[in-house]
Design a binder for this molecule. Sequence first.
Ligand code: PLP
Length: 356
Amino acid sequence: MKKHNFYAGPSILPQFTIENTAKAVMDFAGTGLSVMEVSHRSKEFVAVMDQAQALFKELLHIPDGYSVIFLGGGASTQFAMVPYNLLNKKAAYLNTGAWAKKAIKEAKLFGEVEVVASSEETTFNYIPKGYKIPEDADYFHITTNNTIYGTEIKTDIDCPVPLVADMSSDIFSRPIDISKYALIYGGAQKNLAPAGVTFVIVKHDALGKVERNIPTMLNYQTHIDKESMFNTPPVLPVYAALQTLIWLKDNGGVEAMEKKNIEKAQLLYDEIDRNKLFVGTVAKEDRSLMNICFVMNDEFKNLEAEFYQFASERGMIGIKGHRSVGGFRASTYNALPKESVLALIETMQEFEKMKA
Ligand SMILES: *Cc1c(COP(=O)(O)O)cnc(C)c1O
């Protein structure tokens, strides 16, 4: 039976990425060696790193004055690395979910943190608006897509201080105006590559402004200067990321992805709104294009486990909601075909016919 992969992360990757990476595990760039057993300083791998950086810049239209670096440690290490490098006295954060909270906790180790707004009291089911960003903050931190709750900041906001964004789960899902950001980071395992590589897009003039000493490995400047080769980079995930970047380019780039993502999300949200059994969990204007969360309508609450079972039997994988929200979450990342969304919709309709 065809499997439809709705996992939130690690999550679906293009078949192109998986096949090419599998080939390179056997024979990398005609070397007769596996990509797992070649030096990261070999000319073949240096070419991979260079091409990955170049395609990142090309696909996201990254202007001069920014670097793209590939690190280990996941987005979670960035929660600390950002304030280590950027927070002198005070930073501002928007609290839109569990990941934002973790970022806030780390920032507090380095200075004053002003949480400008939070939607925690309603389980993060909307993006706060109308908040004021303090002009004396060293930066303002947002999480553009809240993977767990299914809310998303879908536009590039205007910000009076340097803007920092965790884009772990929506990078490459839409065009972004990079010039509005000082720094963007994310773990690759949601929309780009297998777990193990973390991307950081950083504006050079955002750095060098803090007074503290920064350990070499945690200093962005180290990795900019050494082009992500200061120490051994995560070679295999970087190789896989490059394949996804090539796939993105071959498929019309982020502009084409955005169109497809809007179409897929719209189909599924329309069904959630139409179907008597289900209801969406977040404010409509803040609905994520990447993680679509829904629960059973009140009068059908007792059918949750049964629907999960029913959907699993039809090849729907990974639709269980995060434990803090419950219900269901269908992640519709770039690599998820429309066909999978249609299969889920059909499953919801069949179940409705049986029950409502
Ligand atoms: C998954 C996720 C993280 C954590 O990423 P790790 O690479 O596991 O550290 C952080 N932020 C967001 C928005 C995420 O979705």
